[in-house]
Design a protein around this ligand. Structure first.
Ligand code: ARG
Length: 386
């Protein structure tokens, strides 16, 4: 009797805190498109080219491997390139502020410092892509454990602001930190070329093992009571299971989705949810579970081909950063100034394009969605996938 009463009481509390921001938590977002109030924008400052380790090799294109070998430990893309990326992102911050959004930035850290743990030695990478490491689910800000050694200490750039959110009432979750010892990486992952990787990915084999949980936050995409995630080169099944249990406590269901993608790492240039029942689905990487979305009445929109020229260096991604957009409101999107075809597509959907140029920032591996993490969006927890 008592326990059922208590259960009832907890349920009431859960309902109150999980559907309305009654505590005025500074952290509050349930999906990718509700009106944006506060956002973290990454920094290109001190970005360092990582060495071509096993896990980096498994995630980068063959034609860049010499670049990594020659430039490990040096400014990523060169000093001039980084300066341009910094200027682009400063401009993005101004544009977001003009849209009424509060912008926060990570600390500037010297990523070239050697770090040593009981299990490995490395240098850092950058704090350019908050999307990779931080995920907001309601009033909970979640620090992902990551899978690259160069990103092990990346959370430190965000700690001052996370502590501030915590002091002001947010919840703060850090997923168990992996050892990142040799056991986490399949030392025999045979990638001599991209064809090898196509074959292995098709068989569901990835460079990370199941030694311990690991994931990047960018392998998850949120739609209220349903969150979708993929097994990738940086996210293993144990990491997905950890998140499944964590989200279940909030009444959120984690769905595993997969794509025809030889290089899965971060879902947001593959399957980017931009509205209620509205998803941009990369035409080169069809979703294997697309019928589930169709059955739920979702519109699956195929974005047009990216226009980024071949001559522009993209050290860590494909050209599909064009679809890696950030929703500012359900009817406004932050999109690359030079990607005219996708702008036309958004306009035909009744979505206003707010334009900025981040071509140099793109070179570091991300578009607007990767370069940001939404901290607060006005809205409630709802179901969009019944
Ligand atoms: N792996 C994706 C591609 O090459 C890029 C995804 C970038 N996303 C991110 N959150 N860093 O198309």
């Amino acid at each position: 009797m008592l326990s059922s009463l208590r259960r009832k009481a907890t349920q009431t509390v859960l309902r109150a805190t999980s559907t309305q921001n009654v505590n005025n938590s500074p952290v509050w977002a349930w999906n990718e498109w509700d009106p944006l109030e506060e956002v973290i924008v990454g920094r290109a400052e001190n970005a360092i080219c990582p060495p071509l380790t096993h896990e980096v090799k498994a995630n980068t294109y063959e034609y860049w491997w010499d670049y990594y070998n020659d430039n490990a430990g040096k400014p990523f893309g060169g000093v001039e390139h980084i300066k341009k990326a910094i200027a682009e992102m400063d401009e993005v911050c101004k544009i977001l502020e003009l849209e009424g959004v509060t912008v926060r930035r990570p600390e500037i850290i010297d990523w070239s410092k050697d770090v040593k743990t009981p299990h490995f030695e490395a240098q850092g990478l950058y704090a350019a892509m908050p999307r990779d490491i931080l995920m907001t689910i309601g009033d909970d800000i979640i620090e992902a454990p990551m899978a690259w050694r160069s990103r092990f200490f990346e959370y430190q750039a965000y700690r001052p602001m996370i502590k501030d959110y915590f002091r002001r009432g947010a919840n703060w979750t850090t997923v168990p930190k992996p050892h990142m010892s040799d056991e986490l990486y399949d030392q025999n992952y045979p990638i001599k070329n991209v064809e090898d990787r196509h074959r292995l990915a098709e068989q569901g084999k990835f460079v990370t093992t199941e030694y311990e949980p690991c994931f990047d936050a960018a392998d998850f995409i949120r739609a209220g009571k349903d969150v979708f995630a993929q097994r990738s080169q940086v996210t293993n099944y144990m990491g997905l299971e950890w998140m499944r249990r964590h989200l279940a406590k909030k009444g959120i269901k984690l769905h595993l989705v997969s794509f025809k993608d030889p290089n899965p790492m971060h879902i947001d240039a593959t399957f980017n949810i931009i509205g209620e029942g509205l998803v941009l689905s990369n035409p080169d990487r069809p979703c294997k579970q697309v019928d589930l979305f169709k059955k739920a009445g979702w519109d699956i929109v195929k974005p047009p081909l990216p226009t980024i020229p071949d001559s522009h260096p993209l050290y860590m991604s494909s050209k599909w950063l064009s679809m890696n957009v950030l929703m500012i409101r359900p009817d406004a999107v932050l999109v690359e100034r030079d990607e005219i075809p996708i702008q036309k597509m958004f306009e035909s959907l009744g979505i206003k394009c707010i334009k900025a140029s981040i071509r140099y920032a793109n070179s570091l591996g991300g578009g607007f969605h990767c370069w940001t993490t939404d901290v607060r969006r006005k809205g409630e927890l709802k179901s969009y996938f019944d």
